[in-house]
Design a protein around this ligand. Structure first.
Ligand code: TYM
Length: 371
């Protein structure tokens, strides 16, 4: 059995305008692979684990986002639970933090529609991830969902009133759009949405592929041989690290421009071992790339091996995971429905029969400020 919280639901953002409350955090990941990878872990997940202490944190599995590509239904169900299991295995505490599946909280899609009606066609066309993905398809098979994806992401965020959104570097532009849309809504209709800050930590914000160290480590890379999966066996992980592409020359120095492969390995080592990069560079002075790889492989398997074991154990009891996710969805809905009620009231949509109209003045404390 998983520990399932019966704690009171998270309080809605402070309508009185005081800042005497815990910061609110939100983030999510797509269930588009059988496992999360080291970039997801170092760029986002481990920060979530640290930040959940002292915050009201909400983490979800972005299953609706995955539908922008064709998915096999059975595989999607399995991958959705796998992502949730990896969150918990990495240290997300479902008693402390709210963990849920995006499609279980209908308000995400509801707010997305409203925000789509505020997004310019050109604005959506400029999103680099959309341009990359659409051009990868090349044959025009990209769909409207792919185009509207960043707007759904904005809704995911704004519907939970967070102060901060911990993500990797590749999400920066989406966070900018989110802030723009919140400000636009507030300007046009009156304050109803918080304007959140991205939380992007340098050093690990872009972990690169071990085989193509100039490219981001990605779930969708054509070859997964340079992608370290959290659910890879320690043997496979060590092998992938040992086969990492390194750079010309022999010296172990940190310089992303001229030595992307070695710098990536140093960043990975440092992030997992806690040893500063400069100390590692001194320690490896006069030694070869092979020595560095052996040590990185050790650090990676030491930290990720137990995460993998815990995730596999959690996955043995899908019923308990589902129960935890159901509890999370209920808690998430409490905030999301209050935000949507505020938004619909501002827009002039009639309140859903049987629900109380929100106070016209009820708006989160951060509304309208760029902070
Ligand atoms: P996704 O699933 O691609 O990635 C999940 C998180 O991992 C980070 N990340 C990386 N960080 C460092 N190095 C890498 N190589 C690397 N690859 C991925 C991502 O920046 C992200 O933080 N659109 C999002 C999912 C999403 C979302 C949201 C996130 C949907 N709605 C609302 C935050 C808030 C995505 O596809 O992430």
């Amino acid at each position: 059995m998983l520990p399932v919280s019966k704690a009171p639901s998270i309080p809605a953002a402070d309508p009185a305008g005081t800042l005497h409350r815990r910061p609110r955090l939100l983030s999510g990941m797509q269930p588009t692979a059988d496992s999360l990878h080291l970039g997801n872990y170092l760029g986002a997940l481990r920060h979530w684990v640290e930040l959940q202490e002292g915050a009201d944190a909400t983490f979800f599995v972005a299953d609706l986002h995955s539908l922008t590509l064709p998915q096999d239904p059975e595989t999607l169900r399995e991958r959705t639970r796998r992502v949730a299991a990896q969150y918990l295995a990495a240290g997300i505490d479902p008693e402390r933090s709210t963990v849920f599946v995006q499609s279980h909280v209908l308000e995400h899609a509801q707010l997305a529609w409203v925000l789509q009606c505020l997004t310019g066609f050109g604005e959506a066309s400029r999103m680099t991830q959309f341009k990359d993905k659409a051009s990868r398809d090349g044959d025009g098979s990209g769909n409207v969902g792919l185009f509207a994806y960043p707007v759904l992401q904005a809704a995911d965020i704004l519907v939970h009133d967070p102060d901060r959104v911990p993500v990797g570097e590749d999400q920066r532009q989406h966070l900018e759009l989110t802030r723009t849309l919140a400000q636009r809504f507030n300007h046009r209709y009156g304050a109803a949405l918080s304007v959140p800050e991205p939380h992007i930590v340098g050093g690990t914000a872009k972990i690169t592929d071990l085989q193509s160290p100039e490219a981001k480590m990605s779930k969708s890379s054509a070859s997964q041989s340079g992608v370290l999966h959290l659910l890879d066996s320690p043997k496979v992980m060590a092998k992938k690290v040992r086969s990492a592409v390194t750079d010309t020359g022999r010296e172990i120095v940190h310089d992303r421009a001229t030595k992307p492969g070695v710098s990536n390995l140093l960043d990975i080592h440092s992030a997992l071992s806690g040893v500063p990069v400069d100390t590692l560079v001194d320690r490896f002075a006069g030694r070869g790339y092979g020595d560095l790889k052996v040590e990185v492989a050790e650090v990676v398997t030491d930290v990720l091996g137990p995460v993998r074991d815990r995730a596999l154990t959690l996955l043995e009891d899908p019923g308990a995971l589902d129960e935890m996710l159901a509890d999370g969805a209920e808690r998430a809905r409490a905030t999301a429905s209050a935000v949507v009620a505020r938004v619909t009231q501002r827009l002039g949509l009639l309140p859903v029969p049987g629900t109380a109209a929100p106070e016209a003045s009820a708006a989160p404390d951060s509304v309208g400020s760029a902070r």
